[in-house]
Design a protein around this ligand. Structure first.
Ligand code: CMP
Length: 158
């Protein structure tokens, strides 16, 4: 199993899309392992988007991510990192395919509703920005045996 960080950004919270977005991950069979509503502080924003510091859009991005509450979610599942990235869709709303979160709900290139870690390294770096280890809950869904075939059992180990 992998863990990944998903951020439901200020535009999605203000547009009251939180429930619809979380429902998509649950419906896919992914497990919610951690979840909080919070306002991203400057320090957290700088850590999260440090890689973009030199980019022209950095200031706008920092302003956006700290503009209002977000929902941070740790999601667990086999190949959860790649699955969540696919479910988000292309970075810019106009480019995102229908059926993806951005494809269905985002029209902007800046207000793109959601963030998800892009690799195992990123998820290991990003999750602790928002969660202490005791805030991530280890449990198995009661219907896990109907989400994964028994032959996939090895991949279910964390
Ligand atoms: P996210 O998945 O959170 O990761 C980095 C973010 O930078 C990205 O989503 C966008 O919100 C933002 N971003 C990337 N490229 C641009 C751009 N050209 N203009 C504005 N924002 C951008």
């Amino acid at each position: 199993m992998e863990r990944t960080l998903v951020i439901i950004k200020p535009d999605a919270v203000q547009r009251q899309l939180v429930g619809r977005i979380i429902t998509r991950f649950e419906s896919k069979g992914l497990t919610l392992a951690g979840l909080k509503l919070l306002k991203v502080n400057k320090n957290q924003a700088q850590k999260l988007y440090g890689a973009h510091k030199k980019k022209s859009f950095y200031r706008g991005l920092m302003k956006f991510i700290t503009a209002g509450p977000v929902v941070v979610v740790v999601i667990k599942g086999v190949q959860a990192i790649a699955i969540c990235r696919k479910m988000l869709g292309a970075t810019f709303g106009p480019d995102a395919d229908p059926g993806t979160i951005r494809g269905d709900f985002a029209a902007s290139i800046s207000y793109n509703l959601v963030h998800a870690s892009d690799s195992a390294e990123s998820s290991k770096y990003e999750i602790p920005i928002f969660f202490r280890s005791n805030e991530i809950i280890s449990y198995d869904l009661h219907n896990i045996k109907w989400i994964y075939h028994p032959e996939e059992e090895k991949e279910l180990e964390i």
